[in-house]
Design a protein. Structure first.
Length: 383
Protein backbone atom coordinates (compact mmCIF):
# COMPACT_ATOMS: atom_id res chain seq x y z
CA UNK A 1 0.00 0.00 0.00
CA UNK A 2 1.26 3.49 -0.78
CA UNK A 3 1.18 6.09 1.93
CA UNK A 4 1.22 9.48 0.16
CA UNK A 5 3.77 11.77 1.72
CA UNK A 6 1.41 14.67 1.22
CA UNK A 7 -1.62 13.00 2.81
CA UNK A 8 -3.32 14.99 5.53
CA UNK A 9 -3.94 13.53 8.95
CA UNK A 10 -7.59 14.35 9.45
CA UNK A 11 -8.50 14.89 13.09
CA UNK A 12 -10.46 12.41 15.17
CA UNK A 13 -12.56 14.15 17.79
CA UNK A 14 -12.52 13.02 21.45
CA UNK A 15 -16.21 12.09 21.15
CA UNK A 16 -15.56 9.86 18.13
CA UNK A 17 -12.65 8.14 19.87
CA UNK A 18 -14.65 7.66 23.09
CA UNK A 19 -17.52 6.04 21.17
CA UNK A 20 -15.13 3.82 19.27
CA UNK A 21 -13.30 2.72 22.41
CA UNK A 22 -16.57 1.78 24.11
CA UNK A 23 -17.79 -0.24 21.14
CA UNK A 24 -14.38 -1.84 20.61
CA UNK A 25 -14.65 -3.64 23.94
CA UNK A 26 -17.53 -5.86 22.84
CA UNK A 27 -18.69 -4.90 19.34
CA UNK A 28 -22.25 -3.90 18.49
CA UNK A 29 -25.49 -5.87 18.90
CA UNK A 30 -26.51 -7.96 15.90
CA UNK A 31 -29.79 -6.05 15.88
CA UNK A 32 -27.87 -2.93 14.80
CA UNK A 33 -26.53 -4.60 11.66
CA UNK A 34 -28.12 -3.96 8.28
CA UNK A 35 -30.46 -6.77 7.24
CA UNK A 36 -28.21 -7.72 4.33
CA UNK A 37 -24.85 -6.95 5.94
CA UNK A 38 -22.22 -8.94 3.99
CA UNK A 39 -19.85 -11.40 5.65
CA UNK A 40 -17.00 -9.63 3.87
CA UNK A 41 -16.53 -6.70 1.56
CA UNK A 42 -13.55 -5.55 -0.49
CA UNK A 43 -13.26 -1.80 -0.82
CA UNK A 44 -13.39 -0.60 -4.44
CA UNK A 45 -12.37 2.59 -6.15
CA UNK A 46 -15.40 4.89 -6.14
CA UNK A 47 -16.68 3.68 -2.76
CA UNK A 48 -17.49 6.17 -0.02
CA UNK A 49 -17.39 5.77 3.76
CA UNK A 50 -21.10 6.59 3.82
CA UNK A 51 -21.94 3.75 1.44
CA UNK A 52 -19.71 1.21 3.18
CA UNK A 53 -21.09 2.11 6.60
CA UNK A 54 -24.58 1.60 5.19
CA UNK A 55 -23.65 -1.89 4.01
CA UNK A 56 -22.94 -3.02 7.57
CA UNK A 57 -25.12 -0.85 9.83
CA UNK A 58 -28.78 0.15 9.75
CA UNK A 59 -27.77 3.76 10.40
CA UNK A 60 -24.80 4.88 8.27
CA UNK A 61 -24.18 7.88 10.55
CA UNK A 62 -23.01 5.42 13.22
CA UNK A 63 -19.66 5.15 11.41
CA UNK A 64 -17.67 5.76 14.63
CA UNK A 65 -19.16 2.50 15.93
CA UNK A 66 -18.20 0.68 12.76
CA UNK A 67 -14.66 2.00 13.25
CA UNK A 68 -14.76 0.99 16.92
CA UNK A 69 -15.62 -2.56 15.92
CA UNK A 70 -12.18 -2.74 14.34
CA UNK A 71 -10.18 -0.21 16.32
CA UNK A 72 -7.04 -2.33 16.58
CA UNK A 73 -6.66 -2.42 12.81
CA UNK A 74 -8.33 0.80 11.64
CA UNK A 75 -6.51 3.46 13.64
CA UNK A 76 -7.84 6.32 11.52
CA UNK A 77 -11.31 6.09 9.91
CA UNK A 78 -10.21 8.56 7.24
CA UNK A 79 -7.69 6.03 5.92
CA UNK A 80 -9.63 3.26 4.17
CA UNK A 81 -8.16 2.34 0.79
CA UNK A 82 -9.38 0.40 -2.27
CA UNK A 83 -8.28 -3.22 -2.10
CA UNK A 84 -8.66 -3.59 1.66
CA UNK A 85 -11.12 -6.29 2.74
CA UNK A 86 -13.49 -6.02 5.70
CA UNK A 87 -14.74 -9.21 7.43
CA UNK A 88 -17.78 -9.38 9.70
CA UNK A 89 -17.47 -11.58 12.78
CA UNK A 90 -20.58 -12.57 14.78
CA UNK A 91 -20.43 -14.19 18.21
CA UNK A 92 -22.60 -14.20 21.36
CA UNK A 93 -25.12 -11.80 19.88
CA UNK A 94 -22.48 -9.20 19.05
CA UNK A 95 -20.66 -8.21 15.87
CA UNK A 96 -17.16 -7.00 15.10
CA UNK A 97 -15.55 -5.86 11.91
CA UNK A 98 -12.08 -7.15 11.08
CA UNK A 99 -9.76 -6.04 8.35
CA UNK A 100 -7.36 -8.11 6.29
CA UNK A 101 -8.25 -11.66 7.33
CA UNK A 102 -11.44 -13.71 7.75
CA UNK A 103 -12.68 -14.54 11.27
CA UNK A 104 -11.61 -17.84 12.80
CA UNK A 105 -13.46 -20.84 11.39
CA UNK A 106 -14.63 -19.05 8.25
CA UNK A 107 -14.08 -20.74 4.92
CA UNK A 108 -10.96 -19.35 3.33
CA UNK A 109 -11.53 -17.54 0.07
CA UNK A 110 -9.07 -17.53 -2.78
CA UNK A 111 -6.79 -14.63 -2.07
CA UNK A 112 -3.84 -13.17 -3.90
CA UNK A 113 -1.22 -12.57 -1.24
CA UNK A 114 1.52 -9.99 -1.52
CA UNK A 115 4.36 -9.13 0.81
CA UNK A 116 3.35 -6.10 2.86
CA UNK A 117 5.51 -3.06 2.45
CA UNK A 118 5.20 0.69 2.60
CA UNK A 119 6.42 3.19 0.08
CA UNK A 120 6.29 6.96 -0.07
CA UNK A 121 5.28 8.83 -3.18
CA UNK A 122 4.26 12.38 -3.96
CA UNK A 123 0.83 11.38 -5.29
CA UNK A 124 -2.66 12.42 -4.41
CA UNK A 125 -4.28 10.74 -1.42
CA UNK A 126 -6.16 7.63 -2.62
CA UNK A 127 -8.16 6.88 0.53
CA UNK A 128 -11.89 6.73 -0.12
CA UNK A 129 -13.95 9.85 0.67
CA UNK A 130 -17.02 10.06 2.88
CA UNK A 131 -19.18 11.67 0.19
CA UNK A 132 -18.93 11.72 -3.62
CA UNK A 133 -16.31 14.44 -4.20
CA UNK A 134 -17.70 15.45 -7.59
CA UNK A 135 -20.88 16.66 -5.86
CA UNK A 136 -19.51 18.72 -2.98
CA UNK A 137 -16.09 19.92 -4.20
CA UNK A 138 -17.58 22.71 -6.37
CA UNK A 139 -19.36 24.12 -3.33
CA UNK A 140 -16.14 24.26 -1.30
CA UNK A 141 -14.75 26.84 -3.75
CA UNK A 142 -17.85 28.33 -5.37
CA UNK A 143 -20.48 28.90 -2.69
CA UNK A 144 -19.97 31.80 -0.33
CA UNK A 145 -21.90 33.16 2.64
CA UNK A 146 -20.91 36.47 4.24
CA UNK A 147 -22.06 37.99 7.51
CA UNK A 148 -23.20 41.23 5.91
CA UNK A 149 -23.87 42.59 2.45
CA UNK A 150 -21.13 45.21 2.90
CA UNK A 151 -18.42 42.54 2.59
CA UNK A 152 -19.38 41.96 -1.03
CA UNK A 153 -20.11 45.64 -1.60
CA UNK A 154 -16.53 46.55 -0.60
CA UNK A 155 -14.94 43.91 -2.85
CA UNK A 156 -13.19 44.88 -6.13
CA UNK A 157 -15.60 45.15 -9.07
CA UNK A 158 -15.62 44.90 -12.85
CA UNK A 159 -15.79 48.49 -14.17
CA UNK A 160 -15.38 48.14 -17.94
CA UNK A 161 -15.50 45.61 -20.78
CA UNK A 162 -14.18 45.75 -24.36
CA UNK A 163 -16.23 48.13 -26.52
CA UNK A 164 -17.79 45.36 -28.58
CA UNK A 165 -19.13 43.44 -25.57
CA UNK A 166 -21.76 43.82 -22.88
CA UNK A 167 -21.54 40.38 -21.29
CA UNK A 168 -18.37 38.40 -20.53
CA UNK A 169 -17.61 34.72 -20.80
CA UNK A 170 -14.59 32.41 -20.72
CA UNK A 171 -11.62 33.81 -22.64
CA UNK A 172 -12.78 37.43 -22.48
CA UNK A 173 -10.77 40.32 -21.05
CA UNK A 174 -12.21 42.92 -18.66
CA UNK A 175 -11.11 45.74 -16.36
CA UNK A 176 -11.60 45.99 -12.62
CA UNK A 177 -10.97 48.34 -9.70
CA UNK A 178 -10.60 47.93 -5.98
CA UNK A 179 -13.22 49.80 -3.97
CA UNK A 180 -11.23 50.40 -0.79
CA UNK A 181 -7.68 50.06 -2.23
CA UNK A 182 -6.09 49.56 -5.68
CA UNK A 183 -6.38 46.07 -7.15
CA UNK A 184 -2.77 44.84 -7.32
CA UNK A 185 -1.06 41.47 -7.12
CA UNK A 186 -0.43 40.12 -3.63
CA UNK A 187 2.44 37.79 -4.53
CA UNK A 188 4.77 38.56 -7.46
CA UNK A 189 5.65 34.87 -7.68
CA UNK A 190 2.05 33.65 -8.06
CA UNK A 191 -0.93 34.43 -10.26
CA UNK A 192 -3.76 36.11 -8.36
CA UNK A 193 -7.06 34.37 -9.06
CA UNK A 194 -10.52 35.60 -8.14
CA UNK A 195 -14.02 34.24 -7.92
CA UNK A 196 -16.66 36.44 -9.54
CA UNK A 197 -19.96 37.01 -7.70
CA UNK A 198 -23.18 38.95 -8.14
CA UNK A 199 -25.67 40.20 -5.58
CA UNK A 200 -25.90 39.19 -1.94
CA UNK A 201 -29.18 37.47 -1.22
CA UNK A 202 -30.22 37.52 2.46
CA UNK A 203 -30.89 34.11 4.00
CA UNK A 204 -33.52 34.36 6.72
CA UNK A 205 -34.58 32.06 9.50
CA UNK A 206 -37.99 30.79 8.30
CA UNK A 207 -39.37 30.95 11.85
CA UNK A 208 -38.07 34.26 13.22
CA UNK A 209 -37.29 36.11 9.99
CA UNK A 210 -33.81 36.99 11.29
CA UNK A 211 -31.16 37.49 8.60
CA UNK A 212 -28.51 34.83 9.24
CA UNK A 213 -26.14 35.77 6.41
CA UNK A 214 -25.93 36.68 2.75
CA UNK A 215 -25.38 34.18 -0.07
CA UNK A 216 -23.60 35.50 -3.17
CA UNK A 217 -24.22 34.08 -6.63
CA UNK A 218 -21.08 32.48 -8.09
CA UNK A 219 -20.43 33.32 -11.76
CA UNK A 220 -16.91 32.04 -12.50
CA UNK A 221 -13.22 32.81 -12.03
CA UNK A 222 -10.85 35.49 -13.29
CA UNK A 223 -7.08 36.00 -13.31
CA UNK A 224 -5.25 39.26 -12.64
CA UNK A 225 -3.12 40.21 -15.65
CA UNK A 226 -2.06 43.81 -14.86
CA UNK A 227 -2.25 45.86 -11.69
CA UNK A 228 -4.43 48.90 -11.16
CA UNK A 229 -2.52 52.17 -11.36
CA UNK A 230 -2.57 55.76 -12.58
CA UNK A 231 -1.46 57.54 -15.74
CA UNK A 232 -1.09 61.23 -16.62
CA UNK A 233 -3.61 62.57 -19.13
CA UNK A 234 -4.27 65.97 -20.62
CA UNK A 235 -6.25 68.18 -18.27
CA UNK A 236 -9.22 70.33 -19.14
CA UNK A 237 -7.27 73.54 -18.47
CA UNK A 238 -4.24 72.67 -20.58
CA UNK A 239 -2.23 70.89 -17.86
CA UNK A 240 -2.05 67.23 -16.95
CA UNK A 241 -3.96 65.14 -14.42
CA UNK A 242 -3.64 61.66 -13.03
CA UNK A 243 -6.29 59.23 -14.31
CA UNK A 244 -7.09 55.83 -12.82
CA UNK A 245 -5.97 52.90 -14.98
CA UNK A 246 -8.09 49.90 -13.92
CA UNK A 247 -6.55 46.47 -13.45
CA UNK A 248 -6.76 44.00 -16.32
CA UNK A 249 -8.36 40.61 -15.72
CA UNK A 250 -8.96 37.59 -17.95
CA UNK A 251 -12.04 35.40 -17.47
CA UNK A 252 -10.80 31.82 -16.98
CA UNK A 253 -14.08 30.06 -16.22
CA UNK A 254 -17.66 31.19 -16.69
CA UNK A 255 -20.54 29.36 -15.06
CA UNK A 256 -22.74 32.28 -16.13
CA UNK A 257 -22.10 35.42 -18.15
CA UNK A 258 -20.59 38.35 -16.26
CA UNK A 259 -21.04 42.11 -16.57
CA UNK A 260 -19.95 45.49 -15.20
CA UNK A 261 -20.64 45.68 -11.47
CA UNK A 262 -19.92 42.05 -10.63
CA UNK A 263 -17.58 41.58 -7.64
CA UNK A 264 -14.25 39.82 -7.21
CA UNK A 265 -13.12 37.85 -4.16
CA UNK A 266 -9.83 35.89 -3.92
CA UNK A 267 -9.97 32.18 -4.69
CA UNK A 268 -9.46 30.42 -1.32
CA UNK A 269 -6.75 27.78 -0.84
CA UNK A 270 -7.90 24.39 -2.05
CA UNK A 271 -9.05 22.30 0.90
CA UNK A 272 -9.24 18.52 0.62
CA UNK A 273 -11.36 17.40 3.53
CA UNK A 274 -12.87 14.15 4.60
CA UNK A 275 -15.76 13.82 7.01
CA UNK A 276 -16.69 11.15 9.50
CA UNK A 277 -20.50 10.76 9.29
CA UNK A 278 -21.95 10.89 12.77
CA UNK A 279 -24.97 12.01 14.73
CA UNK A 280 -24.59 15.35 16.56
CA UNK A 281 -23.52 15.07 20.18
CA UNK A 282 -26.12 17.67 21.24
CA UNK A 283 -29.69 18.38 20.15
CA UNK A 284 -29.98 20.27 16.86
CA UNK A 285 -33.01 22.36 15.92
CA UNK A 286 -32.68 24.12 12.57
CA UNK A 287 -34.50 24.57 9.28
CA UNK A 288 -33.76 24.51 5.57
CA UNK A 289 -33.49 28.17 4.52
CA UNK A 290 -32.58 27.80 0.84
CA UNK A 291 -31.78 25.35 -1.93
CA UNK A 292 -28.60 26.11 -3.86
CA UNK A 293 -29.32 26.89 -7.51
CA UNK A 294 -31.67 29.04 -9.55
CA UNK A 295 -35.44 28.53 -9.55
CA UNK A 296 -35.25 25.54 -7.21
CA UNK A 297 -38.23 24.97 -4.94
CA UNK A 298 -38.27 21.28 -4.07
CA UNK A 299 -35.29 19.41 -2.63
CA UNK A 300 -34.12 16.14 -4.16
CA UNK A 301 -31.36 13.65 -3.48
CA UNK A 302 -27.89 15.21 -3.98
CA UNK A 303 -29.31 18.73 -3.61
CA UNK A 304 -27.30 21.17 -1.52
CA UNK A 305 -29.29 23.11 1.06
CA UNK A 306 -28.45 25.91 3.49
CA UNK A 307 -29.40 25.29 7.12
CA UNK A 308 -30.27 27.89 9.76
CA UNK A 309 -27.47 26.84 12.13
CA UNK A 310 -23.71 26.99 11.85
CA UNK A 311 -20.48 26.85 13.82
CA UNK A 312 -21.77 29.29 16.43
CA UNK A 313 -24.60 26.84 17.17
CA UNK A 314 -22.20 23.87 17.42
CA UNK A 315 -22.72 22.45 13.92
CA UNK A 316 -19.71 20.51 12.60
CA UNK A 317 -18.74 19.00 9.27
CA UNK A 318 -19.90 15.39 9.09
CA UNK A 319 -23.05 15.84 11.16
CA UNK A 320 -25.91 13.76 9.75
CA UNK A 321 -29.33 15.31 10.30
CA UNK A 322 -32.85 14.02 9.74
CA UNK A 323 -35.14 16.17 7.59
CA UNK A 324 -38.57 16.44 9.20
CA UNK A 325 -41.79 17.23 7.34
CA UNK A 326 -44.28 19.16 9.44
CA UNK A 327 -47.40 17.19 10.22
CA UNK A 328 -50.54 18.52 8.58
CA UNK A 329 -53.34 20.29 10.46
CA UNK A 330 -56.48 18.18 10.58
CA UNK A 331 -59.86 17.90 12.28
CA UNK A 332 -61.00 14.82 14.20
CA UNK A 333 -64.39 13.85 12.75
CA UNK A 334 -64.27 10.23 13.89
CA UNK A 335 -67.37 10.64 16.10
CA UNK A 336 -70.67 12.42 15.49
CA UNK A 337 -70.30 16.06 16.46
CA UNK A 338 -66.52 15.72 16.97
CA UNK A 339 -64.64 18.77 15.63
CA UNK A 340 -61.34 18.70 17.56
CA UNK A 341 -58.46 20.34 15.72
CA UNK A 342 -55.27 18.26 15.50
CA UNK A 343 -51.74 18.55 14.24
CA UNK A 344 -50.41 15.26 12.92
CA UNK A 345 -46.90 14.20 14.05
CA UNK A 346 -43.85 15.33 12.08
CA UNK A 347 -42.39 12.55 9.93
CA UNK A 348 -38.86 11.99 8.70
CA UNK A 349 -38.52 12.76 5.00
CA UNK A 350 -34.80 12.28 4.43
CA UNK A 351 -31.21 12.65 5.62
CA UNK A 352 -28.60 15.34 5.00
CA UNK A 353 -24.91 15.63 5.92
CA UNK A 354 -23.21 18.94 6.74
CA UNK A 355 -20.04 19.55 4.71
CA UNK A 356 -19.35 23.28 5.16
CA UNK A 357 -20.11 25.58 8.06
CA UNK A 358 -20.28 29.36 8.45
CA UNK A 359 -21.07 31.38 11.59
CA UNK A 360 -24.85 30.95 11.63
CA UNK A 361 -25.43 28.93 8.47
CA UNK A 362 -24.16 25.69 6.99
CA UNK A 363 -24.34 23.77 3.73
CA UNK A 364 -25.53 20.16 3.75
CA UNK A 365 -25.79 17.52 1.05
CA UNK A 366 -29.14 15.71 0.89
CA UNK A 367 -28.28 12.01 1.01
CA UNK A 368 -31.75 10.55 0.66
CA UNK A 369 -35.37 11.68 0.45
CA UNK A 370 -38.49 9.61 1.06
CA UNK A 371 -41.05 12.44 0.89
CA UNK A 372 -41.08 15.82 -0.91
CA UNK A 373 -38.76 18.24 0.92
CA UNK A 374 -38.85 22.02 0.67
CA UNK A 375 -37.57 25.25 2.22
CA UNK A 376 -38.86 25.61 5.77
CA UNK A 377 -38.69 21.92 6.67
CA UNK A 378 -36.89 21.22 9.95
CA UNK A 379 -33.66 19.29 10.51
CA UNK A 380 -33.00 17.45 13.77
CA UNK A 381 -30.88 14.69 15.24
CA UNK A 382 -31.39 11.34 13.50
CA UNK A 383 -32.94 8.53 15.50
Amino acid sequence: MAFPASAQNYPITPAQRSTAEQVAKAGVPLSELAADAPDNYTVKSGDTLWAISGKFLKSPWRWPELWGMNMEQVHNPHRIYPGQTLYLEKADGMARLRMGQPPAGAEAAQTVRVSPHARYSQVEDTSIPTLPPNIIEPFLNEAIIVDNAQTLEDAPRIVAVPEDRVLLTQGDRAYARGRTSPLVEKDPHAVDQFRVFRNATPLKDPVTGTILGYEAKYLGTAELVRNEGTQPVAGTMGGTAQAIVPATIDIKRAKEEMRVGDRLLPVPPRVIENYVPRAPAKPVHASIVSVYGDAVALVGQSSVVALSAGAAEGIENGYVLAIQKAGALAVDRSLPGEQTRMKLPDERAGLAMVFRTFDHLSYALVLEVTEPVQVGDRVTNPR
